[in-house]
Ligand binder design. Structure first.
Ligand code: FES
Length: 247
């Protein structure tokens, strides 16, 4: 298949940036979106041009490194799919694609499609640790956890921290991301010990890093490649109110 690409090119965070047109020729329907960009890059390198910079690592939808806006949608048109797991068979021959970086105030563009996601890492870092006794491996059933709670915690723990929720939110809010991180520990007995302090410091860090607040657009849930639900934001609020009430 042949495609016309308009790719965001930006030299560094001070450059204004612009969309540049490329032709992607003879692309197999079986390659992934990132492999299609690899093929385009091979052509650019052969011509002595600067290849398009973009992030990726696992290319299996688990690490959260990849992230691009394809035709205005974070991670592209497929529901619950990271851009590394998006395949060209989901596009049509002759399509025109606009490929841009995740855009949010807290995500400065480093180069082309790569953004600096340090602000998200600061939120994680502020969340700290869980208290456990060191020593031998505890028995698997020593702490009983209801299946319903374990499943809900796992739903929240699916967050891969890609930042699509932030890029899709008109407020550049990190509420869904922070809520997922707060919730998956708050729903397990091992995470309850620091649950109160954790929700306070993570929320504080989120605001300090320049992320906006949630105003119920639900765009975050719509683009989340792991299908994290906005109900976790309600959980974040409940945990926050509980923690503040106990201070
Ligand atoms: S490269 Fe790891 S999730 Fe896409």
């Amino acid at each position: 298949m042949n495609l016309t690409l308009y790719v965001w090119r930006q030299e560094d965070r001070n450059d204004k940036g612009r969309l540049v047109q490329y032709e992607a020729r003879d692309i197999s329907r079986d390659v992934s979106f990132l492999e299609m960009l690899d093929i385009v890059n091979e052509g650019l390198v052969k011509k002595g041009d600067d290849p398009i910079s973009f992030d990726s690592d696992c290319r299996e939808g688990i690490c959260g490194m990849c992230g691009q806006v394809v035709n205005g949608v974070a991670h592209g048109p497929r529901k619950k799919t990271t851009v590394c797991q998006l395949h060209m068979r989901h596009f049509k021959d002759g399509d025109t694609l606009y490929i841009e970086p995740f855009r949010a105030r807290a995500f400065p563009v480093i180069k082309d499609l790569i953004v600096d996601r340090t602000a998200m890492e600061k939120i994680i870092e502020s969340g700290g640790y869980i208290s456990v006794h060191t020593g031998g491996v505890p028995d698997g059933n020593a702490v009983l956890i209801a299946k319903r709670d374990a499943d809900a915690a796992m739903d929240a723990a699916e967050c891969i921290g890609c930042g699509a929720c932030i890029a899709a939110c008109p407020n550049g809010s990190a509420m869904l991301f922070t809520a997922a991180k707060v919730s998956h520990l708050a729903m397990l007995p091992q995470g309850r010990i620091e649950a109160g302090s954790r929700v306070c410091v993570m929320t504080e860090e989120m605001l300090k890093q320049g992320f906006g607040n949630c105003s119920n657009h639900y765009e975050c849930e719509a683009v989340c490649p792991k299908g994290i639900k906005v109900r976790f934001i309600a959980k974040l609020y409940r945990e926050f109110i509980k923690a503040k009430g106990n201070l």
